[in-house]
Design a protein around this ligand. Structure first.
Ligand SMILES: [Zn+2]
Length: 321
């Protein structure tokens, strides 16, 4: 069901710049989402004593682009999408946010798009309330990295006002320092300069951000896992409760149809693709060795499942919605 007013199609160039995105990524008025949203936009499961909820935020149906994967053609990408049971005509990039209730705390893993990245995304808050989670009761927000689809849910669209002023926001010190370094703006590609400017205008003014070194425990039973490459300080989050484990992999294997099935593919969103591939293989091998569950921010809903080795590649099996 689509209920989009025309107003939502009009994105100012100023907003596009603030988002760090090329304005051409935004859709024409003829655009309409082709993928059905899940019938219920949340699903709850357990990992030991932890209650874990996947919250659907929306989907980006990314147009094909020969530059998307450096070492694969558009035809290769289309074939990979079809092999995963997805449409060939675009790259399906859903956004799904994970909430963990464990040890008396409610922990949000990244913050959704805040309705500021793709026209139909921004459903996290509605689905959070439908799942019975009060946004005001979130204790901790773990940030995997500073790309727009992971952090814009922290800040209001026009004013940058904090959406979760009472939560503690936890981020890798490497990631925080990278994006808040004034010198980074000159070094970034044009499409990312606006993003860095917005971060630099907002994050240093907030008192509730805690930078964490290495792979510290950041919430009850949850540790950061260093997984650099996608960005310099990209982190996965490892949840352990009793004998059960969940690897919240974030963007380590962002679109599994592409890079779980072809871990050696080098995507344009991986800032350092060689390092990202090494992090991806290491993380997926660990998940298999530990017999852990895995979820990922861009995995198809319901987002969580298990991984197996498949020759030199990997295969993801999602849990049933
Ligand atoms: Zn992402």
């Amino acid at each position: 069901m689509l209920d989009l007013s025309r107003r939502e199609f009009v994105v100012s160039t100023a907003l596009a710049a603030a988002l760090g995105l090329d304005g051409r990524l935004f859709v024409s008025p003829a655009w309409a989402q082709k993928t059905a949203d899940p019938a219920t936009g949340f699903i709850t499961y357990t990992v030991g004593a932890a209650e874990v909820t996947s919250l659907y935020d929306g989907i980006w149906e990314k147009p094909h682009d020969p530059a998307f994967i450096a070492n694969a053609s558009v035809d290769d990408v289309k074939a990979a999408m079809v092999k995963a049971g997805l449409p060939a005509e675009f790259v399906s990039i859903p956004f799904t946010v994970t909430v963990v209730k464990h040890g008396g705390k409610t922990i949000l893993c990244d913050s959704g798009t805040g309705g500021q990245v793709q026209p139909t995304a921004g459903k996290m808050m509605t689905n959070m309330k439908a799942a019975g989670i009060d946004p005001a009761k979130i204790d901790t927000i773990l940030i995997s990295h500073c790309h727009p689809d992971h952090i814009f849910g922290l800040m209001e669209k026009e004013t940058n006002k904090p959406v979760f002023p009472d939560a503690e926001i936890v981020i890798s010190d490497v990631e925080y320092k990278f994006w808040t370094d004034p010198a980074v703006i000159d070094r970034l590609p044009e499409a990312r300069k606006g993003l860095a400017r917005r971060i630099q205008a907002v994050f240093p003014t907030w008192k509730n951000i805690r930078q964490v070194e290495g792979e510290a425990e950041v919430a009850p039973g949850i540790r950061f896992v260093s997984a650099p490459g996608h960005t310099p300080g990209h982190r996965a989050f490892h949840l352990a409760s009793g004998a059960k484990e969940l690897m919240i992999s974030n963007d380590t294997a962002y679109v599994p149809a592409l890079v779980v099935a072809n871990p050696g593919w080098h995507g344009v969103y991986d800032q350092d693709a060689v390092t990202a591939e090494a992090s991806r293989r290491k993380l997926l091998d660990r998940v298999i060795a530990d017999k852990a569950m895995i979820c990922g921010y861009h995995f198809p809903f319901p987002c969580a499942g298990t991984i197996e080795k498949d020759g030199d590649a990997y295969a993801l099996t999602l849990m049933k919605a």
